[in-house]
Design a protein around this ligand. Structure first.
Ligand SMILES: Cc1ncc(COP(=O)(O)O)c(C=O)c1O
Length: 438
């Protein structure tokens, strides 16, 4: 029985399943137990389902609505742009210029920047550019990091224990040659990266990473890890790519690179960049970015019908302006700190082994003892508790995605009351799971 069932929702979900494979438009949206979840509306920190149930939303579409759903300033900017200038597919618009200038000012590694619609396109082009400039074959990624759906990186994210240390593609249809050209290392293990670079000496085009692997919750980089990657990349002539599709904007306008001070060669951005509108970006050193075919005759082909769409670009510009104008980061960081502290003492009190992790607005609880430094550690997570308490939480009107290792997010629309309700609701939910196990 679905947690969200009702006649209306079930009928709509059945209509969806009849014409949309699996009934949803992206993998990970059809969640066990939530097969009948049909979203009717969003507003600020909440969403409403087709049964009229309202939830406080911490899933936040995997991260974009940093200002809260339907931010009036961002949405008004997109609507105004849509009324005045449409997609042309030739030349450039004022709003694209203004956004690029803001991004170059804000993000330390950006000397030049290009817009895409999705994060996958941005990481795809980063790796293509790295291969173009180096003429090399391999790219290196980390177990647990996700960089989108394309073949070079669609592997080794949330892998079953027996596939860690082997190639674990997310999809069929990836050529073995492409799988072979991606090296996978454990996160926080710079020695493993050094060994891989030595082994494939002179043939690794790029190292790509989420500086905080948020696709497995929040595994923080150990002190010195990013510095070692920077040194190794420089020494080996390898392009260092930070995939800041999640950490960018959410952890600061300058991304996590601004907070950690270790600057990559290329950066990808997305998700929170336009508060939910589909805009992403790729930027970095001018000497690299100038190799894209946006300069005619240059070797790295780059194109996209919807790139720089005036309405979505205006949404991004309005997001940047609001992040600069309002104390957004101060607010979401404070709520995140409160939640992490409150959850830590809650689990202590309940005697539940837990590691409460996160950064800024992002929080996640792993149910395990000991340190969390890489994906191997997360294999000890009590998955039943992780998913179980989140299902119970829905009965409290609170939504954290009930899938293993998924993180939760605060937005500017969340309040201190929400933190109080989160702590109370979590206590009730966890207690019910514990009781059901006795
Ligand atoms: C870190 C990271 N990079 C890239 C992507 C791909 O972005 P998109 O889904 O917009 O293609 C994602 C999406 O979840 C992501 O989390």
């Amino acid at each position: 029985m679905s947690l969200t069932s009702s006649d209306t929702a079930a009928r709509l979900a059945a209509r969806a399943a009849a014409v949309i494979p699996g009934g949803v438009n992206s993998g990970q949206r059809r969640v066990p137990g939530l097969e009948d979840l049909v979203i009717a509306a969003t507003s600020g920190s909440t969403f409403t389902d087709e049964n009229g149930r309202v939830y406080t939303d911490y899933h936040a579409a995997f991260g974009p609505p940093l200002l809260g759903h339907n931010d009036p300033d961002v949405d008004a900017a997109a609507a105004a742009a849509a009324r005045s200038v449409g997609l042309m597919g030739v030349g450039v618009t004022r709003v694209e210029i203004e956004l690029a200038e803001r991004l170059v000012d804000a993000v330390p590694s950006l000397e030049k920047v290009l817009l895409t619609a999705t994060g996958s396109e941005a990481t795809f082009h980063a790796l293509r550019l790295a291969r173009t400039v180096t003429g090399r074959r391999y790219v290196l990624k980390f177990q647990g990091c996700y960089h989108g759906w394309h073949d070079a990186v669609a592997m080794n994210v949330i892998s079953p224990a027996e596939r860690v240390g082997t190639k674990d593609p997310l999809s069929g249809g990836i050529l073995p040659e492409v799988l072979a050209a991606t090296i996978v290392c454990p996160f926080n293990d710079a020695d493993a990266v050094e060994r891989a670079l030595d082994e494939h000496d002179g043939d690794v085009a790029a190292i790509i990473l989420e500086p905080i692997p948020h696709n497995i919750g929040a595994v923080l980089p150990k002190p010195g890890f990013l510095e070692r990657l920077r040194e190794l990349a420089t020494k080996h002539g390898t392009v260092l790519v930070y995939d800041e599709v999640i950490t960018g904007f959410r952890h600061g306008l300058g991304g996590y690179q601004e907070a950690c001070g270790v600057i990559p060669d290329l950066t990808t951005l997305g998700k929170a960049m336009a508060n939910g509108w589909p805009v992403s970006a790729l930027g970095g050193k001018a000497e690299l970015m100038d190799l894209f075919s946006t300069t005619p005759g240059r070797p790295a082909f780059f194109a996209g019908t919807f790139n720089g769409h005036p309405a979505t670009t205006a949404a991004a510009l309005a997001t940047v302006e609001k992040l600069q104008r309002d104390p957004v980061h101060e607010h979401v960081f404070r709520l995140g700190d409160r939640a992490r502290a409150g959850l830590t003492s809650l689990y202590d009190r309940l005697g539940v082994p837990a590691v409460v992790s996160g950064f800024g607005s992002v929080f996640v609880t792993y149910f395990l003892d000991g340190l969390v430094e890489n994906y191997d550690d997360l294999l000890r997570n009590d998955v039943e508790m992780f998913i179980g308490y989140r299902r119970e939480l829905m009965k409290e009107g609170i939504f954290e995605l009930p899938l293993n290792l998924k993180r939760s997010h605060f937005s500017y629309a969340h309040t201190d009351d929400d933190v109080d309700r989160l702590l109370e609701g979590t206590e009730a939910a966890v207690t019910r799971v514990l009781d059901s196990r006795r």
